[in-house]
Design a protein around this ligand. Structure first.
Ligand SMILES: Nc1ncnc2c1ncn2[C@@H]1O[C@H](COP(=O)(O)OP(=O)(O)OP(=O)(O)O)[C@@H](O)[C@H]1O
Length: 583
């Protein structure tokens, strides 16, 4: 039995309207208020064809029309949401005259319904992407597994050791397996801990943004599950990392032909260096944007983990062992402290410390857009990338000890890069001055980009995507900024301001625009404005802001509590079951 037929006895007037001598408003008082055909009440109450006896209470026509409009909108809303009494959410027609039942049109499209559907779609596609995540996990990953080549331990001939970290050893290897041995050298990492995480991340990256990271070939577990080692194989991308290249006194000229293909027709100097650094930064940010768009935060961005790919002539990211997949909540708080303190952002955690562990995968996936927006975890990598930018611009900051010292100085300045500049610039040596000059080119847009990346608060840092849209990367040659680029710069600045900066900006604007009488505000008036602004008591916008912040805190608390609750139940590394084992 359908809902509507089940509820009919409850909703119907017992006396057929034709034979009733009672006034209509007694049978159905609301019909009187909202008009005889008000859809809000369902047509059960208001037959369309029967002649109506006029109610004794009459309303002006305008009120009735407006009432109908409101009722229509309300019905649309109920239809859109699909929640309400049966005849509110579906067309029941006239129960007395069944012939008036509306013909089924299949789908009822209403504006609130469309708005809801669009809202749901944009939530599902918002970073890190709930819907693409499900497609990736249950379709793409599955298909990939069917078709990709598999490897075993004996398929490799070990070569030179390339590196040894705390969690694994890396070798250059060649493949003994035909026909893959023709495809050039490979890199093998024998990883103990975090090998499974790294395999997961590399597979995700290969499907979502292959060009961002070193070309991953295969990963499997070698040996028994207790004492097993994870073997990870990549294509050999090239000999040099950005760190190796930056160690050279010739940097950035040693990279010029590698990335630009030719030597620029410019004399050696800061303009030429700026162009090379700009290209490297663009490539790093492009790779990062790929990772972030798919919900992966690297967390160990440093020159040692950026390799130059000789094949594609671009810089790529390596070493995803410390990465976190925010789409499914894998590894976002590792047990050990994996991060490199030299390049770590001040917050040290990508997620609020109130969120100590990841929820189960379906919950994490469903909540991932909310968590992403609340924490903006990608800004962690942006800070590290800002430090790389700084090191490229200032030769004197390229050594480890200089970087550590810089970090201390910056901390003393409360992570305010402008304050740091004011402290060091007056007594700067030639290397430091050269760096400032390079960043000050073209009206200081390089410096502006740098300061938008190195900020204490993650929320105030730019994202990889908006950094890529910064005019620093849009310049044609070294010409002055065009009108459009200036506009873009203004837009970038506006979106990057925090509240206090915005207030100052408005004050400056008012100072410039001036008053009609005396052509501008006096310094005293401006000072007054500045002082008045922060002292303002409970105004409506301030109250709204405070309520929004309270609500945000409440949402975080609620989510965290539900996560902790979910985590009480034993959560295994469900995803590590996806890692193949060598038979
Ligand atoms: N795809 C690749 N192509 C060429 N060289 C690579 C590749 N992957 C890694 N390497 C080399 O191996 C070195 C170590 O790699 P990786 O950083 O992934 O290992 P790790 O054990 O995590 O090291 P660490 O803990 O020091 O970061 C790199 O510095 C790089 O020189």
């Amino acid at each position: 039995m359908s809902l509507s037929s089940f509820s009919l006895p409850l909703l119907l007037p017992t006396t057929p309207p034709e034979i009733s001598h009672q006034p209509d408003f007694l049978l159905n008082p609301m019909a009187t208020v909202l008009g005889p055909t008000t859809p809000f009440l369902g047509n059960n109450f208001a037959p369309r064809t029967r002649p109506l006896s006029r109610p004794s209470v009459s309303f002006p026509r305008r009120v009735v029309v407006e009432g109908n409009l409101i009722a229509d909108a309300a019905k649309d809303l109920f239809l859109g949401v699909g929640v309400g009494l049966p005849c509110m959410v579906m067309e029941c027609g006239d129960v007395i005259y069944r012939s008036t039942l509306p013909k089924s049109t299949g789908l009822t499209i209403t504006p609130p319904g469309v708005a809801l559907a669009l809202g749901a779609l944009s939530y599902l596609w918002a970073t890190p992407g709930v819907a693409p995540g499900f497609f990736d996990m249950f379709v793409l990953a599955f298909i990939e597994r069917l078709f990709r080549p598999t490897y075993r331990k004996d398929d490799f001939v070990l070569g030179k050791k390339l590196g040894e970290g705390a969690f694994g050893v890396v070798y250059r290897v060649s493949s003994a397996k035909k026909p893959y041995n023709k495809e050039g050298d490979l890199v093998l990492k024998k990883a103990t801990q975090y090998g499974a995480v790294e395999i997961w991340m590399n597979e995700r990256v290969r499907r979502a943004c292959a060009s961002s990271c070193a070309d991953f070939v295969y990963g499997f577990m070698e040996g028994s599950s207790k004492k097993g080692e994870y073997w990870l194989i990549w294509r050999f991308e090239g000999e040099a990392t950005l760190y190796d290249l930056m160690l050279s006194k010739d940097f950035p000229y040693n990279v010029e032909t590698m990335i630009l293909g030719e030597v620029q027709n410019l004399p050696k100097g800061i303009e030429r260096e700026n162009k090379i650094i700009q290209t490297i930064m663009g490539q790093i940010l492009f790779a990062l944007d790929g990772l972030h768009s798919t919900g992966i935060v690297h967390r160990d961005i440093k020159p040692q983990n950026i390799i130059f790919s000789e094949g594609s002539r671009t810089f790529k990211i390596i070493d995803l062992g410390a990465a976190a997949d925010l789409r499914v909540g894998i590894n976002y708080i590792p047990k050990e402290f994996l991060l490199d303190p030299r390049y770590t952002a001040p917050e040290q955690y990508i997620m609020s410390t109130q969120t100590p562990s990841a929820p189960s995968a379906p919950v994490a996936t469903a909540l991932s857009p909310v968590l992403w927006q609340l924490n903006l975890p990608d800004r962690f990598d942006i800070y590290s990338t800002g430090l790389i930018f700084l090191q490229m611009a200032f030769p004197s900051l390229r050594t480890d000890s200089a970087l550590i010292q810089f970090n201390r100085q910056l901390k003393r300045c409360d992570y305010d890069l402008v304050a740091w500049r004011q402290t060091v610039e007056p007594r700067a040596g030639p290397d430091l001055r050269k760096g400032f000059e390079l960043l000050d080119l073209d009206g200081g847009i390089g410096w502006e980009l740098l300061t938008s990346m190195i900020r204490y608060k993650a929320r105030q840092r730019t994202s990889a995507k908006s950094a890529l849209a910064h005019p620093y990367f849009g310049r044609e040659g070294l010409l002055a900024l065009s009108f459009m680029q200036n506009l873009r710069l203004q837009l970038f600045r506006t979106t990057q301001q925090d509240y206090s900066e915005a207030a100052n900006w408005i004050i400056r604007l008012m100072a410039k625009s001036g008053t009609p009488q005396d052509g501008g505000f006096t310094e005293a008036q401006l000072q007054e404005l500045r002082e008045i602004a922060p002292k303002q008591k409970a105004t409506a916008p301030r109250n709204a802001l405070a309520s929004a912040l309270r609500l945000q805190r409440k949402i975080i608390r609620t989510i965290n509590e539900s996560m902790d609750e979910l985590n009480q139940r034993r959560k295994s590394f469900w995803w590590s079951r996806w890692i193949p084992r060598e038979e």
